[in-house]
Design a protein around this ligand. Structure first.
Ligand SMILES: Cc1cc2nc3c(=O)[nH]c(=O)nc-3n(C[C@H](O)[C@H](O)[C@H](O)COP(=O)(O)OP(=O)(O)OC[C@H]3O[C@@H](n4cnc5c(N)ncnc54)[C@H](O)[C@@H]3O)c2cc1C
Length: 430
């Protein structure tokens, strides 16, 4: 293999940015490889926090990591763009033209060479072809979606406020995304309350969130006790939880369920299912599963091509699939960061990645939280309203920041976020 190997990492999310940062240190800095990160966006966000951006309880500016800045400080390169296809024969990726918002071409379609390519382009919700969802529902799959939802949320609140009406929101999907979003919207409205009273002399409008879950219980990946406690907490704050509620179609006014009932909603969010971005079908004929995820061996190399690796939500380990979670994405990124250098430099085989399940945490805004540990132990809830579980959920994000920035900058960003709480409103108002 060439002395300066070309490594392309496609997608700078939870897995991709962590991998680029680590490989930058081990291979980019000593000049053993050129590492190039490609992402369709200019900045990274910790995806498990997207529901906070959508409801406005987190500020965009503080909580995103600019790729150019991260690359310049960590010995890798960054190019904005969407990888549209992979030419495996010539070992090149093809990037779509980069366009301005009005469609003007900034960069023409480009080709980039690779020796090794790592695909980490994440996932989107899966509407399973349900009629009307594409046209009439919003999703929160990325920061653009989350910001678009927040804009709509604030405008609809204002409209309801002026008309003395209520705001109805329906969320499809009772997994962590839907459940956490439902709670966070209520939290946002509670924070907005005092601002409204002081600025307009009037309380904010009533929010009515309905959570639609097709299965028998919400949070199916958690033990039943957590599902029951979370449902109780949601109902306590005013969310209507409907289980066994299968959506048949969406329109501009709400959802029709399979049982014939209708759920009216001014804002409709689709937060159910997981599928890889559709573009994987153009990735050099790699074998995919039914939801477009790239089939990989236990060592995360594609089953079709040993120079192509895939990890995180867009990948599917044949015969031993793992859930689409940040925990899996991070462990897989660490695994490749550890073993890729030896493979690239000496052709030493990358061993299988063994997933260590550390449990799962769900946080319902400021209201409650639970952690389910491997082996069935659950903690959270109780009189402290799951304070430690909520803190642990937040610490996952802080840990990720430290991984990207190093201890000193990571802790400084923690501190500056805390200082900001005394200076700025803790909810987005414009
Ligand atoms: C609201 C919400 C809450 C969640 N909560 C939790 C939680 O509490 N715990 C947990 O473990 N998991 C949670 N998850 C799931 C977790 O966020 C994902 O499993 C994790 O982000 C997957 O990491 P990834 O690196 O595979 O993809 P991502 O982090 O999604 O990153 C994908 C990257 O690829 C880029 N990209 C996409 N397509 C292209 C393309 N064609 N070309 C170039 N770049 C591209 C994107 O811009 C993005 O930067 C949550 C998800 C959501 C949406």
């Amino acid at each position: 293999m060439a002395s300066r190997s070309e490594i392309l990492i496609v997608g700078g999310g939870v897995a991709g940015l962590s991998l680029a940062t680590r490989l930058g240190k081990s291979m980019g800095k000593p000049g053993k490889a050129r590492i190039t990160l490609i992402d369709k966006s200019f900045s990274h966000v910790w995806k498990p926090m997207l529901h906070c951006f959508a409801s406005g309880t987190l500020s965009n500016e503080n909580d995103k990591v600019n790729f150019i800045s991260q690359a310049s400080g960590h010995h890798f390169e960054f190019w904005p763009g969407e990888v549209a296809s992979i030419d495996r024969e010539n070992r090149e990726v093809v990037l779509s033209p980069l366009l301005e918002a009005d469609g003007t071409v900034v960069l023409e379609s480009r080709r980039m060479k690779y020796d090794t390519i790592v695909i980490a382009i994440g996932s989107t919700a899966n509407d399973f072809g349900t009629p009307g969802v594409k046209e009439h529902c919003m999703s929160i799959d990325n920061l653009v979606d989350a910001n678009a939802f927040n804009e709509k949320f604030r405008m609809e609140l204002l409209r309801a406020f002026a008309n003395n009406s209520e705001l109805d929101i329906a969320i499809v999907g009772g997994g962590a995304t839907g459940v956490q979003l439902a709670a966070e919207l209520h939290k946002a409205l509670e924070i907005v309350g005092p601002y409204n009273l002081h600025a307009f002399g009037k309380a904010p409008p009533k929010l009515h969130v309905t959570l639609l879950q097709s299965g028998e219980r919400i949070l199916p990946a958690f033990p039943e006790s957590v599902s029951a406690a979370a449902q109780q907490e949601l109902e306590h704050i005013g969310v209507t939880v409907r289980t066994n509620a299968r959506v048949a179609a969406a329109d501009e006014h709400g959802f029709t369920l399979k049982d014939g009932s209708y759920v009216p909603a001014k804002l409709r969010v689709w937060a159910a299912g997981v599928r890889a971005p559709e573009v994987t079908t153009a990735y050099g004929g790699l074998t995919l599963n039914r939801t477009g995820q790239i089939l990989v061996n236990p060592n995360l190399s594609s089953i079709d091509d040993e120079r192509i690796f895939a990890l995180g939500d867009c990948s599917f380990i044949q015969n031993d699939p793992l859930p689409a979670t940040a925990q899996v994405a991070r462990q897989q990124a660490r695994h490749l960061a550890h073993y890729l250098p030896a493979w690239i430099e000496r052709g030493q085989k990358v061993p299988g990645c063994i997933f260590h399940n550390k449990g799962a945490i769900v946080a319902l805004g400021k209201y409650n939280g639970w952690a389910a540990l491997p082996g069935g132990t659950v903690w959270g809830g109780g009189i402290s309203h799951g304070f430690w579980a909520r803190m642990a959920h937040l610490m996952l994000y802080r840990q990720h920041q430290i991984e990207l920035f190093g201890y000193y900058r990571g802790l400084m960003s923690f501190y500056s976020d805390w200082v900001e709480t005394f200076v700025r409103p803790s909810v987005r108002l414009d």
